[in-house]
Design a protein around this ligand. Structure first.
Ligand code: SF4
Length: 717
């Protein structure tokens, strides 16, 4: 038996794994005892990875050869890689020739490796000349990005996992880390057991497993987080619990914020948030006065039309109390996907460029053009996830390239997504799994390698870069994601810039890493000191790690200097905004969606294992028992759940962890499990038949955490 060091492909904790193999078969997995994210521990998903990579699972689930359809309703036929990539290049070049570069779009994934992401970004922005490249990380982290940049000057989470061992107060907001980041949560439980003085505050509309450990649980109304933070700051000001010296020396904009939060009295805040004013005061006191306070937050803040304001208002609390840049203190966003961070680092979003550069900055565009050896990078902002599929549905985007993600299940308002995929003239799906709903819409299916086969790097929530290594050779006729993007680019180059040397001279993942590394020189995430050899020899490293440094930085802003023009952090005076679609008499419930402990995204991988259904065996709508009683609903009754966009049908289950008028449904279940239809009668599936595509105007992240719905008992025929 051999063992290969790699990284878990699921959540942003980024646990190290040792993949066990016999010959070309993956036979086992164990936690890497030397990886600083998990020290050998794995959760239910990570510890069963090998069972999702067996030959029999692969035979049932994997795409093994390139396939194309002559017509959308025809069965796919096999073709060679040369033919597949050549055809794709001709179709893309033809559409670009007729309609311009913005007639094509790339929709990629936080599950790609950094090197994959880098090539796709360069392909779209450098070679084709469109910024229409966005990622499913738009759905999970873009509000955190916008919040950090607005206040601290850079998209750089300032804290690290070790901070949980130094904190005296943990403030969880919109994070069910017990399920979404289980190995980190275990570390938190141990830290708490070792520190009896530690206070834990959990703010969440649901009393989740994470909330069960809270000393203070704040079951706030959906979408009211910004108001809660403003109310806490009001109390801190009133009681004199702020750090005036830190504010004076290291920040700007406090006077404006002070004026804004004057209105956020305990009474007013309690009324808006649905909380007790005594609890708001207690939260403010513990946050400001316990000693180091660490805030841990995730989709509950991010997936909101007020997402950027929520992030910024929470960071305000850290700045106002000086709870940043020291052990155990800071705002710490937890990334949902394994490489949402790496995607941000290479600028794999429609509004970003390599190494945290901004598309809106002419100097940054010129720097990236020079790095890539192209004349220019277009200034026109690209379409973000929701905008891209709306533009395809409207006929504006005519070719879509979708890599390693499943928008036909995961994007909100599936009716528009369906229209986009049907209307686009040419759809390429680059995927490891043949089972995703999006594959059904592809003109061309390109088989990609996946965990256990791929090579490259990922970055976890604490800015730690880890190697992903292949333990077995690529199965069938699959290729690596970076290879597919590179080879497509090389087919496209003679059609778009004939006679010029290739911009994509990559023979291995390391070549791309080296180019990415150089692009970070002088930037906040500078990793010019982190060679491939250092990663090989010394293991995972945190950024920044500048040339000459021996190791990266565990935490940022320890000197009170921020990457803003004047070196000071900026308070944000963004106001609270209610949810986009408030509850009404017609749609009286608030539907929240989220993850389960033992499933991952659309279940392409975890759905193959019976044992992972032991925790939650089937989709259901969770509802407070009193709401069920009022509607004469019994446990397991089938109900129609209807939003302005469509209806799905599911069994209902009593759950007193929810407040009255609030509902919860897991996001994982797709077409085979949850049938539905749009408001105009098309057949759709999954909870995103219902969800609202409204997004935060600054981060463009949609509001998955609240959809106004009604629930009616289904009459059986
Ligand atoms: Fe994988 Fe996340 Fe579980 Fe770690 S906590 S084993 S990264 S799913």
């Amino acid at each position: 038996m051999a063992e290969t060091r790699s990284t878990c492909p699921y959540c942003g904790v980024g646990c190290g794994v040792l993949i066990q193999t016999e010959g070309a078969q993956i036979t086992g997995v164990r936690g890497d005892p030397d990886h600083p994210a998990n020290f050998g521990k794995l959760c239910s998903k990570g510890s069963t990875l090998h069972l999702t990579a067996t030959q029999s699972v692969a035979e049932q689930t994997r795409l093994m050869h390139p396939l194309q359809r002559q017509r959308r309703d025809a069965a796919p036929e096999g073709l060679s890689w040369d033919s597949a990539l050549g055809t794709a290049a001709e179709r893309f070049a033809s559409i670009i020739g007729q309609h311009g570069p913005d007639a094509v779009g790339f929709y990629v994934s936080g599950q790609l490796l950094t090197e994959d992401y880098y090539v796709f970004n360069k392909l779209a922005k450098g070679l084709i000349g469109t910024n229409n490249i966005d990622t499913n990380s738009r759905l999970c982290m873009s509000s955190a990005v916008a919040g950090y940049k607005l206040t601290l000057g850079a998209d750089a989470p300032p804290a690290c996992y070790d901070d949980v061992n130094h904190a005296n107060c943990l403030f969880f907001v919109g994070s069910n880390a017990a399920w979404a980041h289980p190995v980190l949560f275990r570390r938190i439980e141990e830290a708490r057991a070792a520190n009896p003085a530690m206070k834990v505050i959990v703010a969440d509309p649901r009393r989740t497993d994470t909330a069960e450990m809270a000393d203070l649980f704040l079951p706030l109304q959906p979408g009211t987080d910004t108001m809660l933070f403003h109310g806490m700051l009001h109390t801190m000001l009133w009681e004199g619990w702020i750090d005036a010296d830190y504010i004076e020396r290291h920040t700007t904009g406090f006077a404006e914020l002070k004026t804004l939060v004057r209105e956020a009295t305990p009474e007013h805040t309690a009324q808006i948030c649905g909380l007790r004013k005594e609890d708001i005061r207690q939260a403010a006191q513990w946050f400001a006065q316990s000693g180091p306070t660490l805030s841990l937050y995730c989709q509950g803040l991010n997936q909101s039309v007020n997402g950027t304001a929520k992030n910024a208002a929470l960071i305000n609390l850290h700045l106002a109390t000086g709870q940043i840049g020291k052990p155990g203190a800071g705002p710490f966003s937890l990334t949902g996907q394994p490489n949402a961070m790496g995607g941000r680092e290479v600028g794999g979003l429609a509004n970003l460029l390599s190494a945290h550069r901004d598309l809106s900055n002419p100097a940054h565009r010129a720097e990236v053009a020079a790095l890539w050896g192209v004349e220019s990078v277009p200034a026109q902002p690209g379409k973000t996830a929701i905008e891209m599929f709306q533009a395809a549905a409207d006929g504006e985007i005519k070719a879509l390239w979708i890599a390693c993600t499943n928008p036909a299940q995961s994007l909100p308002n599936q009716s528009t997504v369906r229209r986009a995929l049907e209307r686009a003239e040419y759809v390429v799906v680059q995927e490891a799994f043949a089972t995703t709903a999006t594959c059904a819409f592809a003109d061309l299916l390109l088989p990609a390698t996946t965990w256990g086969e791929k090579e490259g790097t990922v970055t976890n929530s604490e800015r730690r870069i880890s190697r992903v290594r292949p333990a077995v050779p690529p199965p069938g006729n699959t290729r690596h994601d970076w290879q597919i993007a590179t080879q497509f680019a090389q087919c496209l180059e003679p059609l778009l810039r004939p006679g010029q040397p290739t911009l994509f001279p990559y023979a291995k993942a390391q070549d791309i890493w080296n180019e990415h590394r150089e692009s970070t020189r002088g930037r906040d995430l500078d990793i010019t000191g982190l060679s491939w050899t250092m990663l090989e020899d010394n293991g995972p490293q945190q950024w920044p790690l500048k040339e000459g440094a021996q190791q990266g930085k565990a935490r940022l802003y320890e000197d009170g200097q921020f990457p803003t023009p004047d070196g000071r952090a900026r308070f944000s005076a963004l106001t609270w905004q209610p949810v986009a679609e408030p509850r009404t008499a017609r749609f009286p419930f608030s539907l929240n969606t989220g993850r389960l402990r033992d499933q991952w995204h659309g279940m392409s991988r975890t759905g193959q294992l019976g044992r992972l259904f032991g925790h939650v065996p089937e989709p259901c709508l969770q509802m407070h028992p009193q709401d069920m009683a009022r509607r004469a609903l019994g446990e397991g009754d089938l109900v129609h759940i209807t939003s302005p966009r469509g209806t799905i049908i599911a069994p209902v289950q009593a759950d007193d962890s929810l407040a009255l008028s609030q509902l919860f449904m897991a996001l994982h279940w797709g077409g085979e499990y949850l049938s539905g239809k749009s408001s105009t009668g098309e057949r759709l599936a999954g909870v995103n038949t219902l969800t609202n595509p409204a997004f935060c105007p600054l981060s463009k992240q949609p509001e998955f955490k609240h959809t106004a719905v009604k629930v009616l008992k289904a009459e059986l025929p």
